[in-house]
Write a protein that binds this ligand. Structure first.
Ligand SMILES: NC(=O)c1ccc[n+]([C@@H]2O[C@H](COP(=O)([O-])OP(=O)(O)OC[C@H]3O[C@@H](n4cnc5c(N)ncnc54)[C@H](OP(=O)(O)O)[C@@H]3O)[C@@H](O)[C@H]2O)c1
Length: 260
């Protein structure tokens, strides 16, 4: 029987899905290490949770601050059993004319930090045969994403990286799960400057529902979790319909997200 998860490190815990992961895990008695830039938010959340919580503020685009999180993940004292790589953000609009610094910051957080943190935690998880990694991708990672090209490409990386890792860990009591949500009610849309009304309300999922689905999938040892029937249908469709078609559809959807 797999050893229970006693402590989880959640990146992006100051808002949205990361905060929901923190609250849900705490409700199940899991101690926490919370990571994000907004320390005040992390401390306010920690004060509300009925478990031991360490607050570890870090900007994951900053190599030195990222290194402090890597060091925590590799520590033998109070070891972390579950890494939730949730921190991330998106931006919409054509590549031409968009800010290259914002694009590379997106790659640094969504891809670079997620990869380094996974590398940091895995040796001790494999050594101890416990827990694993939940990497938060997106349904945006299932097809090319014109007018959101960099974001979609970062989430395609998360998808392939995590599915590959899942297979590498097949003989271990350590799991890797790709969580690929569709649109979810968080601060993501305001950070990405998506205009109000561009995302149809009925498609939006609640963060708690997404997190419950992810934790169920993780405990089953699944490779991929796409919460919601409509999102699953879109993800399956993207794997059977040629990308010459799906890229046109996603390009139209992202035009709305870009307010064009
Ligand atoms: N909401 C959706 O529709 C949706 C759909 C599919 C996938 N996702 C994915 O879900 C994940 C969580 O997003 P969300 O929807 O919960 O959005 P959110 O409410 O905006 O939360 C994003 C989190 O990421 C953290 N973060 C961003 N940049 C960071 C940095 N440089 N260093 C450290 N932390 C950083 C933010 O914390 P600070 O600002 O305090 O640093 C915040 O806690 C992301 O990977 C996103 O791509 C979201």
């Amino acid at each position: 029987m797999a050893a229970p998860v006693l402590r989880a490190l959640v990146t992006g815990a100051s808002a949205g899905l990361g905060a929901a992961f923190a609250s849900t895990l705490a409700g199940r008695g899991v101690d926490l290490v919370l990571v994000a830039r907004r320390e005040d938010r992390l401390r306010a959340l920690a004060d509300d949770l009925p478990v031991d919580v360490e607050v570890l503020p870090a900007d994951l685009t900053d190599r030195d601050q990222l290194a402090t999180v890597e060091t925590r993940l590799a520590a033998d004292t109070d070891p972390v059993d579950l890494l939730v790589n949730d921190a991330g953000f998106g931006a919409y609009g054509p590549v031409a004319g968009s800010d290259p610094d914002r694009a590379t910051a997106m790659i640094d957080v969504n891809v670079g930090a997620l990869t380094r943190l996974t590398h940091a935690v895995l040796p001790q998880l494999v050594e101890r045969q416990v827990g694993g990694v939940i990497n938060v991708g997106s349904t945006a990672g299932f097809q090319p994403g014109p007018n959101g090209a960099v974001y979609g490409a970062t989430k395609a990386y998360v998808r392939w990286f995590t599915e590959a890792l899942h297979v590498e860990l097949a003989d271990e009591d350590v799991h890797a799960l790709l969580l690929a949500p569709g649109v979810t009610t968080t601060e993501f849309q305001s950070v990405a400057e998506v205009p109000d009304g561009a995302v149809p309300g009925p498609l939006m999922m609640a963060p708690d529902t997404v997190v419950d689905a992810a934790l169920r999938a993780f405990s089953r040892g699944d490779a991929v979790c796409v919460p919601g029937v409509a999102n699953r249908a879109a993800a399956i469709g993207s794997q059977v319909v040629p990308s010459a078609v799906t890229r046109r559809i996603s390009g139209l959807v992202h035009r709305r997200f870009a307010g064009r």
